[in-house]
Write a protein that binds this ligand. Structure first.
Ligand code: ATP
Length: 257
Protein backbone atom coordinates (compact mmCIF):
# COMPACT_ATOMS: atom_id res chain seq x y z
CA UNK A 1 0.00 0.00 0.00
CA UNK A 2 1.16 3.53 -0.70
CA UNK A 3 0.66 6.30 1.81
CA UNK A 4 -0.86 9.53 0.56
CA UNK A 5 -0.91 12.22 3.22
CA UNK A 6 -1.84 9.86 5.98
CA UNK A 7 -4.35 7.91 3.92
CA UNK A 8 -3.54 4.27 3.22
CA UNK A 9 -4.40 3.33 -0.31
CA UNK A 10 -4.51 -0.24 -1.48
CA UNK A 11 -3.99 -1.74 -4.89
CA UNK A 12 -6.36 -4.74 -4.98
CA UNK A 13 -4.88 -8.23 -5.20
CA UNK A 14 -7.51 -9.71 -7.53
CA UNK A 15 -6.16 -10.57 -10.99
CA UNK A 16 -7.77 -11.21 -14.39
CA UNK A 17 -7.11 -14.93 -13.81
CA UNK A 18 -9.45 -14.86 -10.81
CA UNK A 19 -12.33 -14.10 -13.14
CA UNK A 20 -13.73 -16.96 -15.21
CA UNK A 21 -15.05 -16.23 -18.71
CA UNK A 22 -15.82 -12.67 -19.93
CA UNK A 23 -12.73 -12.60 -22.13
CA UNK A 24 -13.92 -9.83 -24.44
CA UNK A 25 -14.89 -7.65 -21.52
CA UNK A 26 -11.54 -8.19 -19.84
CA UNK A 27 -9.81 -7.16 -23.06
CA UNK A 28 -11.88 -3.99 -23.33
CA UNK A 29 -11.08 -3.05 -19.74
CA UNK A 30 -7.41 -3.81 -20.29
CA UNK A 31 -7.28 -1.46 -23.24
CA UNK A 32 -9.36 1.25 -21.60
CA UNK A 33 -7.90 1.23 -18.08
CA UNK A 34 -4.57 -0.55 -18.13
CA UNK A 35 -3.04 0.69 -21.38
CA UNK A 36 -3.33 4.46 -20.78
CA UNK A 37 -1.59 4.00 -17.42
CA UNK A 38 1.04 1.51 -18.55
CA UNK A 39 1.77 3.14 -21.88
CA UNK A 40 1.10 6.79 -21.03
CA UNK A 41 3.99 8.03 -23.16
CA UNK A 42 2.74 6.13 -26.21
CA UNK A 43 -0.70 7.64 -25.78
CA UNK A 44 0.72 11.14 -25.61
CA UNK A 45 3.09 10.48 -28.53
CA UNK A 46 0.18 9.45 -30.71
CA UNK A 47 -2.07 12.14 -29.27
CA UNK A 48 -4.71 9.67 -28.12
CA UNK A 49 -6.86 10.95 -25.30
CA UNK A 50 -7.53 8.10 -22.88
CA UNK A 51 -10.96 7.08 -21.69
CA UNK A 52 -11.98 8.34 -18.27
CA UNK A 53 -15.03 6.38 -17.29
CA UNK A 54 -16.93 3.19 -17.97
CA UNK A 55 -20.33 2.08 -16.73
CA UNK A 56 -20.73 -1.65 -16.11
CA UNK A 57 -24.23 -3.03 -15.90
CA UNK A 58 -25.69 -6.46 -15.37
CA UNK A 59 -27.31 -8.72 -12.78
CA UNK A 60 -25.84 -9.01 -9.28
CA UNK A 61 -23.11 -11.52 -8.52
CA UNK A 62 -21.65 -11.53 -12.03
CA UNK A 63 -18.33 -9.89 -11.16
CA UNK A 64 -18.71 -6.17 -11.79
CA UNK A 65 -16.87 -5.38 -8.55
CA UNK A 66 -14.27 -8.07 -9.18
CA UNK A 67 -13.62 -6.73 -12.70
CA UNK A 68 -13.06 -3.24 -11.33
CA UNK A 69 -10.58 -4.57 -8.78
CA UNK A 70 -8.76 -6.69 -11.34
CA UNK A 71 -8.44 -3.67 -13.62
CA UNK A 72 -6.93 -1.70 -10.73
CA UNK A 73 -4.54 -4.54 -9.97
CA UNK A 74 -3.43 -4.86 -13.58
CA UNK A 75 -2.82 -1.13 -13.85
CA UNK A 76 -1.28 -1.02 -10.34
CA UNK A 77 -3.76 1.73 -9.57
CA UNK A 78 -5.05 2.80 -6.17
CA UNK A 79 -8.61 1.65 -5.65
CA UNK A 80 -11.33 3.79 -4.06
CA UNK A 81 -14.79 2.40 -3.60
CA UNK A 82 -17.99 4.38 -3.09
CA UNK A 83 -21.41 2.90 -2.58
CA UNK A 84 -24.46 4.69 -3.92
CA UNK A 85 -26.59 3.35 -1.07
CA UNK A 86 -24.15 4.65 1.52
CA UNK A 87 -23.95 8.08 -0.10
CA UNK A 88 -27.70 8.23 -0.34
CA UNK A 89 -28.18 7.33 3.32
CA UNK A 90 -26.06 10.29 4.42
CA UNK A 91 -27.16 13.86 4.81
CA UNK A 92 -26.74 15.49 1.44
CA UNK A 93 -23.88 17.69 2.65
CA UNK A 94 -22.08 14.68 4.08
CA UNK A 95 -22.52 12.68 0.89
CA UNK A 96 -21.17 15.55 -1.16
CA UNK A 97 -18.18 15.91 1.13
CA UNK A 98 -17.43 12.20 0.82
CA UNK A 99 -17.59 12.41 -2.98
CA UNK A 100 -15.35 15.46 -3.08
CA UNK A 101 -12.92 13.94 -0.63
CA UNK A 102 -12.70 10.66 -2.47
CA UNK A 103 -11.94 12.35 -5.77
CA UNK A 104 -9.37 14.60 -4.10
CA UNK A 105 -7.64 11.57 -2.56
CA UNK A 106 -7.84 9.73 -5.87
CA UNK A 107 -6.10 12.62 -7.63
CA UNK A 108 -3.35 12.63 -5.01
CA UNK A 109 -2.88 8.87 -5.24
CA UNK A 110 -3.05 8.70 -9.06
CA UNK A 111 -3.11 6.51 -11.01
CA UNK A 112 -6.40 5.65 -9.36
CA UNK A 113 -9.67 3.97 -9.99
CA UNK A 114 -12.79 5.24 -8.28
CA UNK A 115 -15.34 2.44 -8.24
CA UNK A 116 -18.87 3.62 -7.86
CA UNK A 117 -21.19 0.78 -6.89
CA UNK A 118 -24.98 1.06 -7.23
CA UNK A 119 -24.57 4.19 -9.27
CA UNK A 120 -28.33 4.15 -9.87
CA UNK A 121 -29.07 5.07 -6.26
CA UNK A 122 -27.57 8.51 -6.55
CA UNK A 123 -30.78 10.19 -7.54
CA UNK A 124 -31.06 12.79 -4.80
CA UNK A 125 -31.00 16.10 -6.55
CA UNK A 126 -28.07 17.78 -4.88
CA UNK A 127 -26.01 14.62 -4.73
CA UNK A 128 -26.62 14.13 -8.41
CA UNK A 129 -25.47 17.65 -9.05
CA UNK A 130 -22.35 17.07 -7.02
CA UNK A 131 -21.63 13.82 -8.85
CA UNK A 132 -21.84 15.68 -12.14
CA UNK A 133 -19.42 18.31 -10.86
CA UNK A 134 -17.04 15.57 -9.79
CA UNK A 135 -17.39 13.88 -13.15
CA UNK A 136 -16.43 17.18 -14.72
CA UNK A 137 -13.34 17.42 -12.49
CA UNK A 138 -12.30 13.80 -13.03
CA UNK A 139 -12.45 14.28 -16.79
CA UNK A 140 -9.88 17.03 -16.46
CA UNK A 141 -7.75 15.24 -13.89
CA UNK A 142 -5.35 12.80 -15.44
CA UNK A 143 -4.79 9.44 -13.84
CA UNK A 144 -8.26 9.11 -12.29
CA UNK A 145 -10.49 6.56 -13.92
CA UNK A 146 -14.12 6.02 -12.90
CA UNK A 147 -15.78 2.64 -13.08
CA UNK A 148 -19.44 2.66 -12.13
CA UNK A 149 -21.66 -0.38 -11.66
CA UNK A 150 -25.38 -0.89 -11.57
CA UNK A 151 -27.90 -3.70 -11.72
CA UNK A 152 -30.48 -1.31 -13.09
CA UNK A 153 -29.12 0.76 -15.97
CA UNK A 154 -32.57 2.15 -16.73
CA UNK A 155 -32.74 3.74 -13.30
CA UNK A 156 -29.66 5.80 -13.99
CA UNK A 157 -30.26 9.43 -14.61
CA UNK A 158 -29.86 10.02 -18.34
CA UNK A 159 -27.73 13.06 -17.57
CA UNK A 160 -25.17 10.87 -15.85
CA UNK A 161 -24.73 8.46 -18.73
CA UNK A 162 -25.06 10.79 -21.66
CA UNK A 163 -22.18 10.54 -24.10
CA UNK A 164 -19.09 12.26 -22.92
CA UNK A 165 -19.56 11.37 -19.28
CA UNK A 166 -19.04 7.65 -19.56
CA UNK A 167 -16.98 6.66 -22.57
CA UNK A 168 -18.35 3.13 -22.65
CA UNK A 169 -21.34 1.32 -21.27
CA UNK A 170 -20.63 -2.41 -21.00
CA UNK A 171 -22.98 -5.28 -20.22
CA UNK A 172 -21.55 -7.81 -17.76
CA UNK A 173 -23.53 -10.86 -18.75
CA UNK A 174 -24.37 -13.88 -16.61
CA UNK A 175 -21.99 -16.71 -17.44
CA UNK A 176 -22.69 -19.03 -20.38
CA UNK A 177 -21.65 -22.71 -20.36
CA UNK A 178 -17.98 -21.98 -21.06
CA UNK A 179 -18.00 -19.15 -18.53
CA UNK A 180 -19.49 -21.36 -15.82
CA UNK A 181 -16.82 -23.97 -16.46
CA UNK A 182 -14.08 -21.33 -16.17
CA UNK A 183 -15.61 -19.96 -12.95
CA UNK A 184 -15.79 -23.46 -11.46
CA UNK A 185 -12.13 -23.93 -12.33
CA UNK A 186 -11.22 -20.70 -10.59
CA UNK A 187 -13.08 -21.62 -7.41
CA UNK A 188 -11.83 -25.20 -7.21
CA UNK A 189 -8.21 -24.48 -8.01
CA UNK A 190 -7.25 -24.45 -4.33
CA UNK A 191 -9.62 -27.28 -3.37
CA UNK A 192 -8.77 -30.95 -3.26
CA UNK A 193 -11.35 -32.41 -5.57
CA UNK A 194 -11.76 -36.07 -6.50
CA UNK A 195 -11.07 -37.56 -9.93
CA UNK A 196 -14.79 -38.21 -10.31
CA UNK A 197 -15.60 -34.48 -10.30
CA UNK A 198 -16.45 -33.43 -13.85
CA UNK A 199 -16.54 -29.63 -13.92
CA UNK A 200 -17.86 -29.60 -17.51
CA UNK A 201 -20.83 -31.68 -16.37
CA UNK A 202 -21.44 -29.38 -13.38
CA UNK A 203 -21.27 -26.36 -15.71
CA UNK A 204 -23.98 -27.98 -17.84
CA UNK A 205 -26.15 -28.60 -14.79
CA UNK A 206 -25.93 -25.06 -13.45
CA UNK A 207 -27.75 -23.01 -16.05
CA UNK A 208 -28.68 -19.53 -14.73
CA UNK A 209 -26.17 -19.70 -11.86
CA UNK A 210 -24.23 -16.48 -11.36
CA UNK A 211 -20.51 -16.40 -10.60
CA UNK A 212 -21.29 -15.71 -6.96
CA UNK A 213 -23.61 -18.72 -6.84
CA UNK A 214 -21.02 -20.99 -8.46
CA UNK A 215 -18.51 -19.84 -5.87
CA UNK A 216 -21.13 -20.67 -3.22
CA UNK A 217 -21.67 -24.10 -4.78
CA UNK A 218 -17.97 -24.98 -4.52
CA UNK A 219 -17.84 -23.82 -0.91
CA UNK A 220 -21.02 -25.74 -0.06
CA UNK A 221 -19.64 -28.92 -1.66
CA UNK A 222 -16.68 -28.66 0.71
CA UNK A 223 -19.01 -28.22 3.68
CA UNK A 224 -21.08 -31.24 2.59
CA UNK A 225 -17.92 -33.34 2.47
CA UNK A 226 -16.98 -32.21 5.98
CA UNK A 227 -20.49 -32.83 7.29
CA UNK A 228 -20.24 -36.38 5.96
CA UNK A 229 -16.82 -36.95 7.48
CA UNK A 230 -14.99 -34.30 9.45
CA UNK A 231 -11.66 -35.90 8.51
CA UNK A 232 -12.46 -35.93 4.75
CA UNK A 233 -9.42 -35.29 2.55
CA UNK A 234 -11.12 -34.79 -0.79
CA UNK A 235 -14.35 -33.31 -2.16
CA UNK A 236 -16.12 -35.72 -4.51
CA UNK A 237 -18.80 -35.59 -7.17
CA UNK A 238 -21.58 -36.64 -4.78
CA UNK A 239 -20.76 -33.68 -2.53
CA UNK A 240 -21.17 -31.33 -5.48
CA UNK A 241 -24.47 -33.01 -6.36
CA UNK A 242 -25.86 -32.66 -2.83
CA UNK A 243 -24.67 -29.07 -2.68
CA UNK A 244 -26.28 -28.27 -6.02
CA UNK A 245 -29.61 -29.75 -4.99
CA UNK A 246 -29.69 -27.44 -1.98
CA UNK A 247 -29.13 -24.29 -4.06
CA UNK A 248 -31.51 -22.47 -6.35
CA UNK A 249 -30.26 -19.83 -8.76
CA UNK A 250 -31.74 -16.37 -8.22
CA UNK A 251 -31.65 -15.49 -11.91
CA UNK A 252 -34.34 -16.69 -14.26
CA UNK A 253 -34.26 -17.29 -17.99
CA UNK A 254 -35.55 -13.76 -18.54
CA UNK A 255 -32.48 -12.27 -16.85
CA UNK A 256 -30.17 -14.25 -19.08
CA UNK A 257 -31.79 -13.64 -22.46
P1 ATP B 1 -23.26 -6.89 -7.12
O1 ATP B 1 -24.01 -6.27 -8.24
O2 ATP B 1 -24.12 -7.70 -6.19
O3 ATP B 1 -22.32 -5.94 -6.40
P2 ATP B 1 -21.12 -7.90 -8.72
O4 ATP B 1 -21.59 -8.08 -10.12
O5 ATP B 1 -20.31 -6.72 -8.41
O6 ATP B 1 -22.35 -8.04 -7.76
P3 ATP B 1 -19.01 -9.43 -7.53
O7 ATP B 1 -19.17 -8.79 -6.19
O8 ATP B 1 -17.84 -9.03 -8.32
O9 ATP B 1 -20.34 -9.23 -8.36
O10 ATP B 1 -19.01 -11.01 -7.40
C1 ATP B 1 -19.43 -11.67 -6.23
C2 ATP B 1 -18.57 -12.89 -6.01
O11 ATP B 1 -18.83 -13.85 -7.02
C3 ATP B 1 -17.10 -12.58 -6.05
O12 ATP B 1 -16.58 -12.83 -4.78
C4 ATP B 1 -16.49 -13.54 -7.05
O13 ATP B 1 -15.58 -14.38 -6.41
C5 ATP B 1 -17.64 -14.38 -7.56
N1 ATP B 1 -17.71 -14.28 -9.03
C6 ATP B 1 -18.64 -13.64 -9.75
N2 ATP B 1 -18.38 -13.73 -11.07
C7 ATP B 1 -17.24 -14.46 -11.18
C8 ATP B 1 -16.44 -14.90 -12.28
N3 ATP B 1 -16.77 -14.60 -13.55
N4 ATP B 1 -15.34 -15.64 -12.01
C9 ATP B 1 -15.00 -15.94 -10.74
N5 ATP B 1 -15.70 -15.55 -9.67
C10 ATP B 1 -16.81 -14.83 -9.87
Amino acid sequence: PSITRGVTVEVPKVTWEDIGGLNDLKKKLQQAVEWPIKYASVFSRLGISPMRGILLYGPPGCSKTTLAKAAAHAAQASFFSLSGAELFSMYVGEGEALLRNTFRRARLAAPSIVFFDEADVVAAKRLRWEFKQQQYCWRKASGVFVLAATNRPHAIDAALVRPGRFDLVLFVQPPDLEGRYEILRVHTRNMRIGDDVDLKRIAKDTEHFTGAELEGLCREAGIVALREDISATVVCNRHFRTAKDSLKPALTKADVD
